[in-house]
Write a protein that binds this ligand. Structure first.
Ligand SMILES: Nc1ncnc2c1ncn2[C@@H]1O[C@H](COP(=O)(O)OP(=O)(O)OP(=O)(O)O)[C@@H](O)[C@H]1O
Length: 265
């Protein structure tokens, strides 16, 4: 079943085509990685899904419903987003920030139920932030804060998770933990990642954007080729199968970056 459909999505800003007729589906329980060089349009496409931006053309469909026709509250119950813009400026405690994830499911000042409080504790344990529950978010390190924000989207209990660079600030342990959790969560996930090795390990399919257009889409073993790295990323690298999993992994040597073909610097 198709959970999310980007139906020839286009975004133009000041006459420039930032995303160009992007057609991409995410199935029920499928993890799809959106990858591509800086400025290729990944965040812009995601912003259309979490309704920070209206497409100039095309549409976003969620479970067969066109997104702009859904009340915001309804889409917030279905789609949870971890954005690059989502920085907490108010000094709420970790516990309070995570509880905010339940907001789309509550009415007014309704208190959290016992089940919802338990859900928050589970998400904190999953993201290893339980010990920080009483701390103000502004006092956290970048990685700690990122884990709190991931816990917040988990308690939202969405059907679709949209994650923009969720591994930002995370150390290797937490990067691997987060992505293996995403793989096992049974949720539909659309995620942007710059680390292609992590993306290949975590995603069922990779969609590669270049200059706002989809240039490849499929299982990592089909998409992640030396030719693609050269053409889309301007990088000369070797692609080898992981010795245990067979998943393609990129090996590179410093000094092998080639000139990008017209991608923004
Ligand atoms: N509001 C805006 N006004 C002008 N240009 C914009 C605007 N939003 C995005 N862009 C441009 O659109 C292009 C795509 O940006 P976007 O953030 O979607 O790229 P990205 O693939 O997510 O990049 P990165 O990997 O660097 O995060 C960039 O060149 C960016 O400067």
């Amino acid at each position: 079943m198709t959970r999310l459909l980007l139906d020839d999505l286009s975004v133009s800003i000041d006459g420039a085509a930032i995303v160009n007729e992007l057609a991409l589906a995410v199935g029920d329980g499928e993890v799809v990685g959106l990858v591509g060089p800086n400025g290729s349009g990944k965040t812009t496409a995601l912003r259309c899904v979490y309704r920070a931006l209206r497409p100039s053309d095309g549409a976003v469909w969620i479970d067969g419903q066109e997104l702009t026709r859904m009340p915001l509250r309804d889409s917030a119950r279905v789609i949870a987003a971890l954005t690059q813009e989502g920085r907490a400026d108010l000094d709420f405690t970790v516990e309070e920030v995570i509880a905010l994830g339940r907001a789309p499911h509550l009415r007014g000042n309704q208190a959290l139920s016992v089940r919802e409080r338990e859900l928050c504790r589970e998400a904190m344990a999953r993201m290893e932030v339980l010990h920080l529950a009483e701390r103000g978010v502004l006092s956290l390190s970048g990685g700690e804060r990122q884990r709190v924000l991931v816990a917040r989207v988990l308690v939202q209990e969405p059907r679709l998770l949209v994650l923009d660079e969720p591994t930002n600030h995370l150390d290797l342990h937490h990067q691997i933990r987060l992505l293996s959790m995403l793989r096992g969560a049974g949720l539909s996930v659309l995620v942007t990642l710059h680390d292609l090795n992590l993306a290949a390990s975590a995603c069922d399919r990779l969609a590669v954007l270049s200059h706002g257009a989809l240039v490849a889409c499929g299982p990592p073993a089909e998409v992640l080729t030396e030719e693609l790295l050269r053409e889309a990323f301007g990088v000369e690298a070797s692609v080898v199968p992981h010795p245990f999993t067979g998943v393609p992994q990129v090996l590179y040597d410093l000094g092998t970056a080639t000139t990008m073909k017209g991608n923004p610097k």
